[in-house]
Design a protein around this ligand. Structure first.
Ligand code: PMP
Length: 468
């Protein structure tokens, strides 16, 4: 195929944009704009800021994609990668072969993880970790002579990944257009998000409804047919949805009662975003059977994911594996890639040395408080969040409620933020924020000031009728 890139000048911005428009199908691309030259080329980054190819600087309140935790341009992480690449860039992780970084990292993760979670199955990212956890849950019951116990409970508005099974587990209606997504063994409970500012019922009442529904669904499917429940402690991509107080623990108790495994998807909530390496135990009183981690595990510097597995499960799958076919048929060429694992080790060391979790516990509530002041604006329906994950939900003021998802609103706010040097993530009518964990109070003030001004400009447009 013919190419339009001028390779003689890597910084030829316009030709890069043209080549992107001609050749790349981006993840989660807007297909109606495919082929139109409009991509933002991010080409440099340092601290909590990124620069585009024209040299414009932006404060990164998206945090890469929930994953940038320690900030950009950390020498120590770059060094860890380079050193491992020089020493031994790759070798197969299959069967009984391992590498030093993967082994050391597994040991560190077992130390950090709650309860009797001591075994690590590495993957390439979050989706492959979720897939692997579901397969492990299936294996666990099937190997013990209960192959019919394979149904999975998930929730509306959950996000668990972009592969076929993880998309079936995810519960975001908008993502289903023209894809065949139904896995007949996946069942969605209601979205558990509870926002006291806009809810007409109390948290206790909402909790009761959610638990009653879960009990009823378990009874309908039959506990003997259900392998596991998968849940983000706070639903991230679904719109930063926090369940009512006590929900996480109560759903775990229900799972225990019915012998259903509990998988906590901490791809976003883990690695410091809520102020702890894993939020499950400390924040929500959970000792899950499996925890999924990715993203912040390497501070986004390398792709890596992992399923953290309790001894109860790993002992059982080992004891019950058929003697003639004992292979655990799951894994990927790049599972636990040595360079990625070396990066994760350096990341954990820095997080511990600099007490990044402590910093998040300190600035997180400030971030949410400052953002919540934006609720006064008429275009803001509600602001919600927890530590360094937050969301500003917009509305026209005339809609029936937040369910009327006017995408143009958040896109306009995003456009004005970008013009003023701030990146937020527009999703439907929401502006989602998850800044790097090293964010300072000063930069939090800057985020809120720019976002506030962008919301004001969008409000004027709304009044002038220029938002479609
Ligand atoms: N689980 C959750 C909670 C996520 O937010 C994501 C990604 N946004 C995934 C799983 C999938 O991770 P990945 O994109 O690395 O495959």
């Amino acid at each position: 195929a013919e190419t339009v890139v001028d390779h003689s000048n890597r910084r030829d911005h316009q030709s890069l944009i043209a080549a992107d428009a001609r050749h790349v199908l981006h993840p989660w691309a807007d297909l109606s704009a495919l082929g139109q030259a409009g991509s933002l080329v991010i080409s440099e980054a340092g601290g909590v800021r990124v620069k585009d190819a024209d040299g414009r600087s932006y404060l990164d309140a998206i945090g890469g994609m929930w994953c940038m935790t320690l900030g950009y341009g950390r020498e120590e992480l770059a060094e860890a990668m380079a050193e491992q690449a020089r020493q031994m860039a790759y070798y197969t992780p299959f069967g009984d072969i391992t590498s030093e970084p993967a082994t050391r990292l597994a040991e560190m993760l077992a130390e950090l993880a709650p309860g009797d979670i001591n075994r690590v199955h590495f993957t390439t990212g979050g989706s492959t970790a979720v897939e692997s956890a579901i397969r492990t849950a299936h294996y666990f019951f099937a190997a013990q002579g209960r192959p019919e116990k394979f149904h999975v409970l998930s929730r509306i508005n959950a996000y668990h990944g972009g592969t076929y099974l993880t998309q079936s587990l995810s519960g975001k209606a908008a993502d289903r257009t023209h894809f065949h997504y139904e896995a007949d063994f996946v069942h969605h409970l209601s979205s558990p998000g509870y926002d006291p500012d806009i809810s007409e019922i109390s948290a206790e009442e909402r909790l009761r409804q959610l638990l009653d529904e879960m009990e009823a669904e378990i009874a309908r499917i039959g506990a003997e047919n259900i392998a596991c429940f998968i849940a983000e402690p706070i639903l991230a991509s679904g719109g930063v949805l926090t369940p009512p107080e006590g929900y996480q623990k109560a759903t775990l108790d229900l799972c225990r009662k019915h012998d259903i495994l509990y998988i906590s998807d901490e791809v976003v909530t883990g690695f410091g975003r809520l102020g702890h390496f894993f939020a499950s135990e400390v924040r929500f009183g959970l000792a899950p059977d499996m925890i999924i981690t990715a993203k912040g595990l390497t501070s986004g510097y390398q792709p890596l994911g992992a399923v953290l597995i309790s001894d109860r499960i790993s002992d059982a799958i080992s004891a019950a594996a058929p003697k003639d076919k004992p292979v655990f048929s799951n894994g990927f060429t790049y599972s636990g890639h040595p360079v990625a694992c070396a990066t994760a080790i350096a990341n954990i060391e820095i997080m511990q040395r600099e007490d990044i979790c402590g910093h998040v516990r300190e600035v997180g509530p400030y971030f949410i408080d400052r953002l919540r002041a934006l609720t006064d604006k008429s275009i803001v329906y509600t602001v919600r969040g927890d530590h360094l994950m937050a969301c500003v939900e917009c509305w026209t003021g005339e809609e029936a409620g937040p369910t009327a998802r006017n995408m143009a609103l958040a896109q306009r706010v995003d456009q004005y933020c970008q013009e003023a040097g701030l990146l937020v993530r527009p999703y439907e009518n929401l502006c989602i924020l998850s800044p790097p964990l090293v964010i300072t109070r000063e930069d939090i003030d800057r985020i809120v000031a720019i976002l506030g001004a962008a919301l004001d400009r969008a409000t004027q447009d709304l009044r002038a009728g220029t938002i479609g």
